[in-house]
Design a protein around this ligand. Structure first.
Ligand SMILES: Nc1ncnc2c1ncn2[C@@H]1O[C@H](COP(=O)(O)OP(=O)(O)OP(=O)(O)O)[C@@H](O)[C@H]1O
Length: 319
């Protein structure tokens, strides 16, 4: 099992691990690293210790690298930049832009409910990032305040963590999800997935930014999970219930974006942004075509390996 320690040199001394990990979650662990040659800071993500010990390690690492390949082709101001993939023993690390800032989740925990104008600014930015992703034929599927970083001292939101990103063409999805933000189709084995899937999570994120935890009782999840609404008849309190300063327009747009059934929900992120009053002129030019695969930024290996071929033979790492 490989857990990098503060001061440890990675990739033949190219990077030096800085302090404790930035964070870890269900499958990944993210480190802060310095590139001494340039003085630049990076974030490097690998699979975490649980995943390294799992029988599915090789398979999971392939998925992890594929996720990196997908994001590597993205170029958007509000999407985290992925630079390259490095290998250290049997472990692969994704080298990403380091962002000095806090997640929107932590920000709201510290500040409480945001003003409507501040919340809409971030939702507009992340909405534009999502439109870009959808135009590339992908769904993010894990939009939530904890996956959005705010750059320090700048009102600039950046979407991180693409662990659940899938092609729009994929009909059946794994059921990893975040309660409160995942729409009903993500609980179903073969759900009706589309842009509306990310609309639900974006609307739920706005709900959270404007209501914070609202009147949440201990043990409850805010916003009310889609399954509780659908099967336990637990209603979603309208945002205004928790925050009377929310305008009727924004209140209604959130509820429309969080409609349980996909068919009734706001269909696209552009329509959601319009319903919030964020798009003044309807767009007349068609969205740009996705680049053919061959033109997308392919991942370059610093040691000349073919990432698509590697890994299959890898066994779980032993501790
Ligand atoms: N590029 C980055 N720059 C700065 N901090 C980051 C960066 N990426 C992640 N972080 C920090 O690390 C924390 C954990 O992020 P990470 O994506 O590793 O895990 P997660 O989303 O909690 O879990 P998982 O991806 O395993 O489901 C984030 O909440 C954020 O605070």
């Amino acid at each position: 099992m490989i857990i990098w320690q503060p001061g440890e040199e990675i990739n033949k001394g190219r990077f030096i691990i800085q302090g404790k990990p930035l964070g870890s979650g269900g499958f990944g662990i993210t480190y802060k690293a310095l590139e001494p040659n340039t003085g630049k800071l990076y974030a490097i993500k690998t699979l975490n210790s649980t995943m390294q010990l799992s029988e599915d390690f090789a398979e999971e690492q392939v998925k992890f690298i594929n996720e990196a390949l997908t994001i590597k082709g993205f170029d958007h101001k509000h999407i985290l930049k992925v630079h390259e993939v490095i290998q250290e023993g049997q472990l692969f690390g994704v080298v990403m832009e380091y962002i000095d800032g806090v997640t929107l989740f932590k920000y709201v925990q510290n500040q409480g409910q945001l003003s409507e104008s501040e919340a809409l600014l971030y939702i507009d930015q992340i909405g534009q990032a999502l439109e870009y992703i959808h135009n590339k034929g992908q769904l993010h599927r894990d939009i939530k305040p904890g996956n959005i970083l705010l750059r320090q001292n700048k009102q600039e939101a950046v979407l991180i963590d693409f662990g659940l990103t899938r092609s729009l063409a994929t009909k059946s999805m794994t059921n990893s999800l975040t309660e409160g933000y995942a729409p009903i189709e993500q609980y179903r084995r073969k759900g009706n997935f589309g842009s509306h899937t990310d609309v639900y999570a974006l609307a739920a994120t706005l709900y959270y930014l404007l209501t914070a935890d609202g009147l949440k009782q201990e043990g409850e999840i805010s916003p009310v999970p889609a399954t509780n609404r659908k099967y336990d008849d637990e209603p979603l309190p309208e945002p205004k219930h928790y925050n009377s300063r929310i305008s009727q327009r924004v209140n209604d747009a959130i509820l429309q974006g969080m409609e349980i059934e996909p068919e009734k929900r706001t269909a696209t992120v552009l329509k959601f942004r319009e319903s919030l009053g964020l798009v003044v002129q309807p767009r007349r030019t068609p969205p740009p075509n996705p680049l053919p695969a061959s033109e997308e930024g392919g991942l370059k290996s610093s040691c000349g390996m073919d990432y698509k071929k590697v890994l299959a033979a890898h066994q779980p790492l032993s501790g």
